[in-house]
Design a protein around this ligand. Sequence first.
Ligand code: PLP
Length: 298
Amino acid sequence: MGSMSASGDFRRWPVEPGIPGIVRVFDPYCYRCPFGGTVDTCSRQCVSHIEEVIQMEGPQNIAAMLAEGITGTNGLLVPPDDYWPKVRALLDKYDILLIDDEVMAGFGRTGTWLATQHYGIKPDMVTCAKGLTSSLMPLGAVIVSEKIADFMEDHMLWTGLTGAGHPVCCAAGIACLKVYEEEKIFENVAKQGAYLADRLEAMRVKHACVGDVRYKGLFSMVELVKDKTTKEPLAPYGGTSPEMGRLSAYFRSKHLYTYSRFNVFFIAPPLVITTEELRYGLDIVDEALGQIFIAPRA
Ligand SMILES: Cc1ncc(COP(=O)(O)O)c(C=O)c1O
């Protein structure tokens, strides 16, 4: 109930009102800036409004800010390079902890252990799972700073889980972390990520329905629109559309699996993918985008 409430994701709606004490702020969603900014006019209101929220709530009442290093399912929102340094400084100013959710973006997906490493900041706590074992075994973990670890030395953490510290899963996790290093997996992510970025940028220019492409390493997403000027989404938030249905059907008919929802779909291939394999998949994506037929409005 608590973690569902903490999420900004629409899947929390059925458990609302959830737990009290959670206040949300806007994401750094540059393509649809909630403050009306553009690349030329941006004054990082996505950061300054957080300070307003902190002051409204009272900094002494705020334990932590919880956010993904790079927001995943909710739009793959790659922040501007100075976003995290600015937010980190703000949180330090008010003595508020940063909890970095790296369940999706962590462990090589973006080419580093943590997505926040791209921006040179350190969180106080990190929640992680999936990539910790390459998702081969179920394992989740919370990494904490030395300061918090020291505190836990003589303070009980009042919790308990049947599978906590499961030795088989932990062994898989340790083995996986070794493989990431020994097989230089993150180097492959950087190399293939550069190819992926080029292909996505070309699709943005080529296809009328591609409003935006966002990527870091092998973590990427395509946002589809009915019209590039108005940016009207190809399907509404929380819903779908015949065009999105046809796109998913086309992918499946070509045996390409990728996660899609609303007006976006993700491209997040295995970290060991080769350029040849990536090209094969991206050619299917390119073909599919060329076939999207947007019905004229009545
Ligand atoms: C960003 C993010 N945080 C948290 C979770 C939940 O993780 P878990 O299922 O390990 O509790 C997910 C699951 O998809 C996720 O993507």
